[in-house]
Design a protein around this ligand. Structure first.
Ligand code: SAH
Ligand code: SF4
Length: 360
């Protein structure tokens, strides 16, 4: 079968070229064609020798996931449903803003972690996405939207906040990250690529060593008793360990703070008392908070906190000198807002197996 070159980061592509008896600079040229130019047709790679182009046409391909459906929000947000085979689909969301274009990518079909307020979690887990399926979301979205008047791709920022837990699909996530950062591919700054995790402590340590990028941690509760319920993986990696891992991460992170995400659930985690508890919890971690108004999903009864409650909660954090923003809800008319990505995941039976495989 033809080798899909979207699966390879720079080193892996060089290794594959070496196996074919080709020089490393050829791999670099092809990498640039694929990612910088968005080219999938080897015949069009004009500075590559004809013989190599023919060989690549026979042995390789550049194949991103197939788009099943596109939806456009009234606020300009675009959502694509991508077919990842065997009845599964995942979602990618593009959020245009004045100063930047952000792509929110998925890393798994479904998710095993079953956070109580998350639509993806309610789907169960099906499988990890390949590197091609992860980086292919960026490759495809750039091509679809097209370069701007200055010849730049529209996407300047990537957030791993779509479907799935990126750190439970570690190797493919890291290969995709390396491509996003590589000057011969997308050349994004480490500060503009953010991995969001529910708190997989050992994998946070690995990420720090192997490919440190900006880190967002889904906190959502000021104590273990509540977090155990909202984010069940907390039972495995409780807050004390998680916060210690955050500080270790900061030793090598491109930013000098962790972003804590905190979904605002009315009457559950949004009181001023809980805000004060949170302030003392994170006292020793340089951080910013991003409050996410809960986006309703069909399967659960939670309600979004009122705007007054969110403001009061934010004020408690701000008075403690913690920079706090409230996330604008974008694309909620197309179920493209945080936690609403559902895609389509058929096999829900693998949750336990994945947890076992992930060493959880
Ligand atoms: N698995 C990773 C990344 C994907 S989820 C993680 O959990 O961090 C991205 C963010 O959306 C997380 O902070 C998650 O808790 C939040 N989220 C999930 N469901 C949500 C919902 N219904 N409303 C608002 N935010 C939600
Ligand atoms: Fe998985 Fe993140 Fe959803 Fe939790 S919030 S179920 S970790 S995708």
């Amino acid at each position: 079968m033809a080798e899909n070159l979207l699966n390879f980061d720079a080193q892996q592509l060089a290794d594959w070229f070496a196996e074919q008896g080709e020089k490393p600079f050829r791999a670099r040229q092809v990498l640039r064609w694929i990612h910088k130019m968005g080219e999938s047709d080897f015949a069009a790679m004009s500075d590559i020798a004809n013989s190599l182009r023919e060989k690549l046409q026979q042995q390789a391909c550049v194949t991103a996931p197939v788009v099943q459906r596109e939806e456009l929000s009234t606020d300009g947000t675009r959502k694509w449903l991508l077919n990842v085979g065997t009845g599964n689909a995942v979602e990618t969301v593009y959020i245009p803003e004045a100063e930047r274009g952000t792509l929110c990518v998925s890393t798994q079909a479904g998710c095993a972690l079953d956070c109580s307020f998350c639509s993806t979690g309610k789907q169960g887990f099906n499988r990890n996405l390949s590197t091609a399926e992860i980086v292919g979301q960026l490759w495809w979205a750039n091509r679809e939207i097209g370069k701007d008047a200055n010849g730049n791709w529209p996407i300047s920022n990537v957030v791993f906040m779509g479907m799935g837990e990126p750190l439970l699909n570690f190797n493919n996530t890291v290969s995709a990250l390396r491509l996003m950062l590589d000057d011969n591919a997308y050349g994004l700054s480490r500060r503009r690529v953010t991995v969001s995790t529910s708190g997989i402590v050992p994998a946070m340590d690995r990420l720090r060593e192997e490919c440190p990028v900006a880190l967002a941690v889904s906190l959502h509760a000021p104590n273990d008793a509540l977090r155990d319920v909202l984010v069940p993986v907390n039972q495995k990696y409780p807050l004390r360990e998680l916060l210690a891992a955050c500080n270790r991460y900061l030793e090598k992170a491109p930013r000098d703070f962790i972003t804590f995400e905190y979904v605002m659930l009315a009457g559950v985690n949004d009181s001023e008392k809980q805000a004060r508890e949170l302030v003392s919890l994170v006292r020793d971690v340089p951080c910013k908070f991003n409050l996410i108004p809960f986006n309703p999903i069909p399967q659960v009864q939670y309600q979004r906190s009122g705007s007054d409650a969110i403001r009061r909660f934010r004020d408690v954090l701000m008075q403690a000198d913690i920079v706090t923003t409230t996330r604008k809800t974008r694309g909620d008319d197309i179920a493209g807002a945080c936690g609403q990505l559902a895609g389509q995941v058929l096999d829900k039976t693998k949750r336990t197996r994945n947890l076992a495989g992930a060493g959880l």
